[in-house]
Design a protein around this ligand. Structure first.
Ligand SMILES: [Zn+2]
Ligand SMILES: [Zn+2]
Length: 241
């Protein structure tokens, strides 16, 4: 897993909002495709090599680069060996879901929270989060390893149950300890640490980071709740499970 973008809201200079690249053998999958992700992901792989994208929800900081992704595919569709990518999204908002497929060069498949979904070598499970619009956390399993991405959510015990025993928890962390963001469907550093502790996660990455303060402080605050390994998301940060 490689962090392609980690900002909350908008990308700072030469950076990106939510985007995480999962790779196994030759299979490459993006989790979310926020602003700046399409440019930055090319530091790690060619756009033509992306097999698909899984979107947690349709807020701009998670899906802004879907349109340029579609354009890249129409412009390169004549290349030999063209692979038709699939965008996976929820269908709770039908108007948004209908924008994901593009002519005959990009397909879209809906997911739900009651079936597992096989995406390449990965087994995906989804769970609705607490957020102002429908949004889904993702659990990804492969060869006995479990990765959970909270997407956008306030703290909940249901989310901790969903993430139970994961090897890596990629948790949003939109604010510092003591700041109240749950009413906006977000977590602060304490919430993220508490979530990881309750889930008994092996390790935690703090991401979806605020545009102020010293991010190192978020790690200190989360570590008061969670004793496992904690990383701060950075562009290009990579971890092998
Ligand atoms: Zn959101
Ligand atoms: Zn967001």
């Amino acid at each position: 897993m490689t962090v392609v973008g980690f900002w909350h809201g908008y990308p700072e200079a030469n950076s990106a909002t939510s985007g995480y690249l999962l790779e196994h053998d030759e299979y490459k999958l993006l989790l979310d495709c926020g602003s700046g992700v399409l440019s930055n992901v090319q530091s790690f792989c060619s756009l033509d090599d992306l097999n698909g994208i899984v979107l947690s929800h349709y807020h701009g900081d998670h899906k802004a680069d879907i349109t340029p992704f579609q354009y890249s595919r129409i412009l390169n569709a004549q290349k030999s060996g063209y692979k038709t990518p699939i965008i996976y999204g929820h269908n709770d908002d039908k108007a948004e879901f209908s924008k994901l497929p593009f002519r005959d060069v990009v397909k879209a498949i809906p997911y739900n929270d009651y079936d597992r979904l096989l995406i390449g070598p990965f087994v995906f499970f989804f769970q609705r989060t607490n957020h102002p619009v429908p949004c889904y956390a993702m659990k990804v399993e492969l060869a006995g390893k479990i990765l959970v991405y909270t997407a956008d959510s306030s703290f909940s015990e249901e989310l901790a149950s969903f993430a139970k025993g994961c090897d890596l928890l990629i948790s949003e962390c939109s604010a510092y300890a003591g700041e109240t963001v749950s009413e906006f469907g977000h977590m602060n550093s304490e919430d993220a640490g508490r979530l990881a502790a309750l889930a008994q996660a092996k390790s935690l990455i703090l991401t979806h980071l605020p545009h102020y303060g010293e991010h190192q402080q978020l790690k200190v605050e989360a570590s008061e709740q969670f004793s496992g390994e904690i990383y701060l998301a950075k562009q290009g940060f990579s971890i092998e499970l």
